[in-house]
Design a protein. Sequence first.
Length: 311
Amino acid sequence: MPRASGLLAEALARRVVLLDGGLSNQLADQGCDLSGGLWSGRVLAERPDQVEAAHAAYARAGAEVLITASYQVGYEAFAAHGHDRAETTDLLHRSVALAARAAGAADREVWVAASVGPYGAVLADGSEYRGRYGLSVRELAAFHRPRIEALLAAGADVLALETIPDAEEAEALLGVLAGTGAAAWLSYTVDGARTRAGQPLPEAFALAAGAPEIIAVGVNCCDPADVLPALEAAASVTAAPLLAYPNDGSVWDAPTATWHAPPDPAPWPVEAWRTAGARLIGGCCRIGPPDIAELAAGIQGDGTGHWRQRG
């Protein structure tokens, strides 16, 4: 199937497009070993068939956008595990090819979003939920540039600049994209009305307001309760389509590498998100294919405007 990023932007102007769910939880459910600092990148390197199977599971569930396994793939981190630059570049290309193969097997248009995770993701210490790494905007741009160049060369439809905890990192990413003509979305991870690093959300979203490369802005990997206020903050400073793909409300404990789930997750007010301008909707960590299938049914219209993830 030919890749067609322009068609995704056109679709967002007309309707809601369904994203997939968490890749790591699906790989774990398939029996993959995600231990160690490379996380899903380890499976990408060692069991690419399992990555493709996970993408295919989401496509079967109704996802219209598949997000690649490149979130935690960084040149420095992979060098520490014995991969040279050429091998890491090949893995970034592989991540797009696997998602594209699963997309091509679907019986409808399915787009591929190349995941560009934050600098903190490659540290594997929970830094993506804090930001403030002690790096300058220029240093962050130097980190992200080769990853973005490799993913663009692989031919993804759109770049997913996702789980960004810090407006300074967003500034670096937008600087790398400037003038490339690439399509991307920018998605912060948030805590209440601020980025994880503490910046007010209107200020953070305003960075992308004049960037022609950005086709959508919003939030991911956050508490579902934080989504609607974040979308409203984004809508106050940009006319871009909005996006929302929260986790299930769990909190990540980096020292023990475990999630602490909420005792009684509240229903997702999906219709309210749509009313606020959300056009890309899906799930992040701990949201699996069955959840996406139910969300697909809800987006098609069940009269409730709410959705509750499976327990």
